[in-house]
Design a protein around this ligand. Structure first.
Ligand code: ADP
Ligand code: MG
Length: 393
């Protein structure tokens, strides 16, 4: 299980390929949030300070194998230069002569960034020749892109495999340690909070963690499929017909294992998500024509109680349609309750992290996973290609 990290090889003089996740939001060619870049800096600095020739790789957006100028990584190289206080060279292609020219000019302790990997079809299709071209650019490979670790892409799996495996960067290592502890060595009481919409991506997590955690609190859009399965009226709330059987199974497994799955007992409802104010309903049933858009005050109280003694909390998915302030209270209160618990607090999911930022509580969390889908698949107990490929200790 223990994986090798950047601390397990000497980078001096070596061409070190580092697969990062620089998939940053861009608006009119400007980076609107540089967090993903900032979080890779410790690994990049570590390698540069030890005389590595650092070659950074990433994808950005979904250009689908074509050159899409708006998805160029050039703005990222400028941002990296600023953050590192040194020039980060940019190569206009991630393989071939354009890449090799820039790389051959790197001195020890120099750094360059290669153009968007997904400008080549071979990246997402996992093409062998493309992976060979990538692998030929360096001497060692570092995996630092947890967000794509669940994808068997050329730069995630094939290229490092061809180099005998990779080494984990510091950010990747932190993901493996925290999420791994939630799966293999959790502190108890262990409470899982699940919300959001994508039952498809979260049902597997419920299935796995119901065995390990002490209780699961469910809110957000996905709670209505469970309520409907239990025979309640959910009005126009989000309903995931495809996953009715899975939801039923999860509930009966929880019973068999004597674990609790908690569901909302009251709601804030409205006719649509755009209204200025929702209506409180002191009932599990939701009348026809209305949607449940946030958990109600009694649910908040029950969930707070269920969190109070937690020594480990894993949270994925907001409790309501938090983008509208009218439906933000449940998510904000649960975020506060989690922040107040004494133990380890782990959070994943792009929207959940936005909601925590909106609540101003981001610093209260011990680990903010950089991978939404990847963290869910990890917590399901799946083996991720981008982690398998990291050398074992
Ligand atoms: P994450 O990105 O954290 O994994 P998801 O993408 O699964 O979370 O879900 C987040 C989305 O779910 C948000 O846009 C939020 O508004 C929406 N949502 C949460 N609760 C509800 C609800 N009751 N009805 C409709 N949408 C909801
Ligand atoms: Mg989301």
């Amino acid at each position: 299980m223990a994986k090798m990290t950047v601390e397990d090889f000497n980078p001096k003089g070596k061409r070190v390929l580092v697969r990062c996740d620089f998939n940053v939001p861009l608006k009119d060619g400007k980076i609107t949030d540089n967090e993903r870049i900032v979080r890779s800096l410790p690994t990049i600095r570590y390698l540069l300070e030890r005389g590595g020739r650092v070659i950074l790789l990433s994808h950005l957006g979904r250009p689908k194998g074509k050159i899409v100028p708006e998805m160029s990584l050039r703005p990222v190289s400028a941002e990296l230069s600023n953050l590192l206080g040194r020039e980060v060279l940019f190569a206009e292609d991630c393989i071939g002569d354009k890449a090799l020219d820039v790389i051959s000019n790197l001195d020890t302790g120099d750094c360059c960034l290669l153009e968007n990997l997904r400008f080549h079809k071979g990246e997402t299709s996992g093409d062998d020749a493309f992976a060979n071209s990538l692998a030929s650019l360096g001497d060692v490979y570092v995996s630092e892109a947890f967000g794509t670790a669940h994808r068997p892409h050329a730069s995630v799996y094939l290229a490092p495999m061809k180099m005998g495996g990779s080494y984990a960067g510091f950010l990747m290592m932190k993901e493996i340690e925290y999420l791994g502890s939630a799966l293999h060595s959790p502190e108890h009481p262990y409470v899982v909070v699940l919300g959001g919409v994508k039952l498809e991506t979260k049902i597997g997590v419920i299935d796995k963690l119901i065995e390990i955690a002490d209780r699961i609190l469910i809110g957000g859009a996905l709670s209505y499929t469970f309520l409907k399965v239990k025979g309640f009226n959910i009005g126009n709330s989000v309903f995931d017909e495809e996953f009715v059987n899975e939801a039923e199974n999860a509930l009966s497994r929880a019973d068999a294992l004597k674990k609790q799955i908690l569901l909302p007992v009251d709601h804030i409802v409205a006719e649509s998500v755009e209204v200025k104010r929702g209506t409180y309903i002191d009932n599990i049933d939701i009348p026809d024509g209305l949607m449940g858009l946030d958990i109600g005050r009694e649910t908040i109280e029950i969930y707070k109680q269920a969190l109070r003694d937690a020594n480990l909390v894993v949270w994925n998915g907001p409790m309501g349609y938090f983008e509208n302030d009218a439906f933000f209270v449940g998510t904000r209160e649960i975020a506060r309750a989690i922040a107040e618990t004494a133990g380890k607090k782990i959070v994943g999911g792009g929207d959940t992290v936005s909601a925590i930022k909106k609540a101003g509580l981001i610093d209260a969390f011990d680990h903010i996973s950089t991978g939404g889908g990847a963290s869910l698949e990890f917590l399901e107990g799946k083996e991720l290609p981008g982690i398998i490929v990291i050398r074992d200790k």
